[in-house]
Design a protein around this ligand. Sequence first.
Ligand code: GLA
Length: 358
Amino acid sequence: MGWNGWYRFRCRVDERLVRATADAMVASGMRARGYRYVNLDDCWMAPQRDASGALVADPVRFPNGIRALADYVHRRGLRLGIYAGAGTTTCARFPGSAGHFAQDAAAFAAWGVDFVKLDWCGAGSPRTAPSVYRAMREAIRRARRPMVLSICQYGLSTPWVWGPRVGHLWRISHDVGWYGNPGRPWRILLRIADRNAGLLSYARPGAWNDPDILQVGNQGLTPTEQRSIFSLWSMLSAPLLAGNDVRTMSSSTRETLTNPEVIAINQDARRIRGIRRSTSGGRETWVRALSDGATAVLVLNRLARTTTVRADVRRLRIGQSKRYLVRNLWTHRTLTTPGPIRIILPPHGVAMFRIRPG
Ligand code: GLA
């Protein structure tokens, strides 16, 4: 869990923003809820390596350098992530790490970096991706600082197959904004969720499918849609990387990002099996067994109109009982039912429950 401001800030990133973001993650309660990584993305570096071939931070935007930034973030109980390109340039045409993996990993370690996102732009044939990422993993191992390796290869070379042995998370798709309709990411995000649902068997503790940065608090989704995507990402145990301006977020955005009951589903230790139980007319039920014996249930309305779902908890096959306790993770209310429940879902909305016999 953490933050990556790429979609919100693109290249307009500097050390003041990162420091203020770290402060806001503490003040808003995000850290207390588990958000840890404050991640730089592209454009943090100067346009050229120095005379020794080393990457250097942009001297205007990061005058105190990355080491000082890492110290600042660490003092707040958070971790610093950094970004590098596997090719000769990054996607935004800053110096790439090709030919410099050992040097760059050593620098990141010396600076106190905790997380490395290795992007793929211009890195050549996707078929070489497993060996390229393995080389970076090896460079990190030799640098002798534990750093999360984030594989950002857009799902091109089935990274879910080799990713678990090489890194800690791997993107399963192109960028949310890639598909040419950045103003309307709802459909794209659902498509990514659908893909993720089919890849769950590859994930395990410490190795995750990455359906990309959250859009909660950003333009393009209604607050209802933001909540739905946050709920889906939680059902899928996706990395929760907030992608908004956390310094100025509204209370509704903060409540979505810090909902402890939904985050608890995201962080549940039990491995996820087949998760989508039923679909009918744009309405879907997703079901996930939890480590304490309870069951998480998400009902999604893909339709652009309000819909009423009449469901029966007994049909979820979660254990025979006269009564079920149904905890609504967004209204924070619990109801008791012998089985039937009625759910009214707004357009593109979800309801999310934790259900146990009792
Ligand atoms: C790619 C990645 C994004 C972001 C940009 C930066 O598009 O997929 O997440 O890192 O590069 O240029």
